[in-house]
Design a protein around this ligand. Structure first.
Ligand SMILES: NC(=O)c1ccc[n+]([C@@H]2O[C@H](COP(=O)([O-])OP(=O)(O)OC[C@H]3O[C@@H](n4cnc5c(N)ncnc54)[C@H](O)[C@@H]3O)[C@@H](O)[C@H]2O)c1
Length: 276
């Protein structure tokens, strides 16, 4: 029997939006498999800080931090060339960048999250980062992978790629129905669109050795208000939110030969929320 293991020694991975909550955990997961990781984020300072923290733990030869705005085609191309010149070909791309606006009605403009009033500028910005940004990165890094005949792309979606948001989670006491804050439409559309991009590219590049899958995490606990957490836990069969390192195994699996016969799929890891 051929053994499969998440050994990624010698691979170069690039993660977008890698300076937030989950990016550094994904980076750590890949470095632990032997990968050299390019931490990228629109926030240059936090990208460098994240890379320094990872270098402190794993060694400076395992990671670099670079500014990269996924919506800037020329900027992404420049990062591609720089990494190619200085380190080699990116064989693993994790499209992780997104804008996930917190639903928080403190401060007055709560009704703006509602569909009827949702600003076109916010719709366009959030789709530009979460969906168009993934398109740009796939076009630049994925095309190079296809030319080389090997590569892996993981698009980070969400449980909201397979279910609609339960807007009761965000309800506020004393607020009229028509003014209750809601999860914005742009997030659901971005994440569902990423699954479409995943399927499209999986078949497009299947004969070029490039596998493309999506990972759909459920909500990660990060100090959200207790009332929100209580309501959400009731919608989850496992009765709790995730902790950040509960996607480590999935990232290692999807980025390695352990999933070598898998492409075009959406791996949903949500404590069972979407099956209830
Ligand atoms: N945290 C969760 O509970 C959860 C649940 C499901 C899915 N997800 C998804 O996982 C991914 C990571 O989530 P997170 O909680 O770490 O998010 P986060 O908001 O903490 O981090 C996102 C990062 O993206 C960066 N970014 C924003 N615009 C960018 C741009 N134009 N170019 C490059 N980078 C940009 C931000 O600077 C930030 O560092 C996102 O795609 C998110 O939708 C998160």
């Amino acid at each position: 029997m051929t053994s499969v293991s998440p050994d990624l020694t010698g691979e170069i991975a690039l993660i977008t939006g890698c300076a937030g909550l989950l990016g550094p955990v994904h980076a750590d997961a890949l470095i632990r498999c032997g990968t050299f990781v390019v931490v990228t984020d629109i926030d240059e300072e936090r990208a460098r800080e994240t890379a320094h923290r990872l270098a402190d733990e794993h060694g400076a030869h395992k990671v670099i931090g670079l500014r990269m705005d996924v919506t800037d085609h020329a900027g992404v191309s420049a990062v591609h060339r720089r990494v190619l010149d200085e380190h080699g070909c990116v064989g693993i791309l994790v499209n992780n960048a997104a804008i996930d606006p917190k639903v928080d009605s403190e401060g007055g403009v709560r009704e703006m999250s509602r569909f009827e009033h949702f600003p076109l500028a916010q719709w366009e910005e959030q789709i530009r980062v979460g969906l168009t940004g993934a398109f740009v990165c796939c076009q630049i890094f994925g095309t190079a992978m296809a030319a080389k005949g090997r590569g892996v792309i993981v698009n980070i979606a969400s449980d909201l790629s397979v279910i609609g948001p339960d807007q009761r989670l965000y309800r506020r006491d004393g607020v009229a129905d028509g003014e209750q804050p809601v999860k914005p439409v742009s997030y659901s559309v971005t994440k569902t669109g990423l699954v479409g991009l995943t399927r499209y590219l999986a078949t497009y590049w299947a004969d070029k050795g490039v596998r493309v899958n999506a990972l759909s995490p459920g909500g990660v606990f990060a100090g959200q208000p207790p009332v929100f957490v209580d309501r959400l836990q009731q919608l989850i069969p496992m009765q709790r939110m995730a902790v950040p390192n509960e996607y480590v195994g999935a990232i290692q699996f999807l980025c390695s030969d352990a999933s070598r016969y898998m492409t075009g799929q959406n791996l949903v890891i949500d404590g069972g929320r979407s099956v209830w």
